[in-house]
Design a binder for this molecule. Structure first.
Ligand code: FRU
Length: 499
């Protein structure tokens, strides 16, 4: 074991986001409501602060904000999942809690030997073995929501049920839901031509599955599609997924790996998804593999991993014994055919010490000690009719700042994190320190900003765009500085502490 599990360094730990107590975290898994609690599992490696053979860690909550850690739910201890219990989903079936996950095995020939499958005529001959990796879909069940038993006849979907155009080593992340007494599953995949796909399966009992259909948007939409989710929202169907390596196009897909939503109609008979609209889910640097569930009140809530693959985060090098966190839960809504995101309302009960400034103008700088704090919510509504440039500096120190700027001549919003003494670097692209989007600055702009020690989530114009990002400030700057060229009129500026 290379990490000290007793001495986790608290410096960058969040106060109102879920993180592992120690070790490595990635994707949210099994997000569901069971036995009067929300359950959120996540990809977990307890023995280091880098990715390793995946376990499912488990946390429960009453309000989706404060989480209690439970014992590890699933470990990579079977022949079919011995190199990782990969991502998947959870739902209540009868009185039980069922988890579906991907068994990852990167030495398939041993697996065949273990299972004595070698003898089975046709299994090996029918497959051209190009990779020793196999991914299969598996089931685990629990009666109490604490202890999970893997189904004795796993996998429930084996390599033989994968259509021939799909790579058997890239077939993962099952999301299962019920519709009219039938079970449906959507799984992420990659074809032999390196094109991202999702596959649909259906089942009467959640155990025996039949292949239904597949969806792809072609090579310009990325290689593997990971962590898909499909749900109904305001009379439409929404399919969210995380496509790898979509090329950048202007403001779109600036991250190495992206997250997208397709909005349209899903036909349960044929498994066909008719796409009417598409959009990127988050404009920040650190947002991946989102998963949704229905809240107790029937709202669609999404949580994502607040990180990104192929980036260098300093927590591991600094030896802090933990790495990875989740975003705030966000309610999803449809407005004019577009998905919008709102911080889930339960965060409001943690607000304290409200301070408000209203109806004033900023020319040059605005700074106030009452804006300080490393754990806060800010709301601001401003108008740039008489200014050309407006910006906000967060985590402000002498040599550091996270800069959010609005440039009227370009109608552009830009988040810039180059001024950090512990920079987060893209391992593939140099100087990749800005994320931007177009915005109509002839209209008033409203921002809802959540800052939590080393993270920021910026909801623009009631969640039309969201920028989610991490920032590891060495100076631990707590001040916010506002700056305007010309007069920026502030309708209101409100700040709360979040406890
Ligand atoms: C997405 C992902 C999933 C996979 C998991 C492994 O971040 O690559 O596709 O199941 O992480 O940890």
């Amino acid at each position: 074991m290379t990490i000290n599990t007793k001495n986790t360094n608290e410096t960058y730990r969040h106060h109102y986001h879920l993180m592992p107590e120690y070790g490595w975290m990635n994707d949210p898994n099994g997000f569901s409501f069971f036995n009067n609690s929300y359950h959120l599992f996540y990809q977990y490696y307890p023995y280091d602060t880098v990715w390793g053979p995946m376990h499912w860690a488990h946390a429960v909550s009453d309000d989706l904000i404060k989480w209690d850690h439970e014992k590890i739910a699933l470990r990579p201890d079977k022949s079919y999942d011995k190199n990782g219990v990969f991502s998947g989903s959870g739902l209540q079936v009868g009185n039980e809690h069922w988890l579906y996950y991907t068994g990852h095995n990167d030495s398939f020939l041993d697996f065949l030997y273990d299972q004595n499958l070698k003898k089975k005529e046709g299994v090996i001959e029918s497959e051209e073995i190009v990779s020793p990796i196999r991914q299969v879909q598996c089931l685990a069940k629990s009666a109490d929501g604490i202890t999970y038993e893997k189904y004795e006849h796993n996998p429930v979907i084996s390599s033989q049920q994968v259509p021939s155009n799909i790579r058997l080593e890239d077939f993962r992340d099952p999301k299962v839901w019920e519709h009219h007494d039938q079970f449906y599953m959507i799984v992420g995949a990659k074809s032999h031509e390196n094109v991202g796909h999702v596959l649909f399966y259906c089942s009467n009992d959640g155990v025996t599955w039949e292949y239904l259909n597949q969806l792809s948007l072609g090579p310009e939409y990325g290689t593997a599609w990971e962590c898909p989710d499909l749900f109904e929202l305001d009379g439409k169907h929404v399919l969210i997924f995380s496509p790898q390596e979509i090329p950048r196009i202007g403001y779109r897909y600036e991250n190495i790996h992206s997250t997208m939503a397709l909005i349209g109609e899903f036909d349960y008979e044929t498994g066909e998804f008719i796409v009417e609209n598409e959009q990127e889910l988050d404009k920040g640097f650190d947002f991946y593999a989102p998963q949704t569930t229905l809240s107790e009140e029937g709202k669609r809530v999404m949580i994502a991993w607040m990180n990104m693959w192929d980036m260098e985060y300093p927590l591991h090098e600094l030896g802090h014994s933990w790495n990875g966190s989740m975003t705030l839960p966000r309610e999803l809504l449809l407005k004019d055919g577009k998905l919008i995101q709102k911080p889930y309302h339960t965060i409001d009960k943690y607000r304290e010490e409200r301070i408000e400034w209203s109806h004033f103008s900023i020319k040059d700088y605005f700074e106030n000690d009452k804006l300080r704090g490393n754990c806060k919510k800010m709301e601001i509504k401003f108008c740039m009719n008489d200014s050309d440039y407006f910006n906000m500096e967060f985590f402000k120190g002498d040599r550091e700042k996270l800069l959010l700027s609005f440039d009227k001549s370009r109608n552009e919003i830009v988040l810039d994190r180059r001024n950090a003494q512990f920079p987060i670097k893209n391992t593939a692209i140099h100087n990749d320190f800005t994320r931007s989007h177009s915005i109509d600055l002839s209209q008033k702009v409203k921002l809802n900003i959540f800052l939590d020690v080393s993270s920021i989530e910026i909801f623009v114009n009631d969640g039309e765009h969201v920028f989610t990002s991490l920032f590891f400030s060495k100076e631990l700057g707590e001040q916010v500085l506002l700056h305007s060229e010309g007069h920026t009129h502030i309708d209101k500026l409100i700040k709360w502490e979040l406890r």
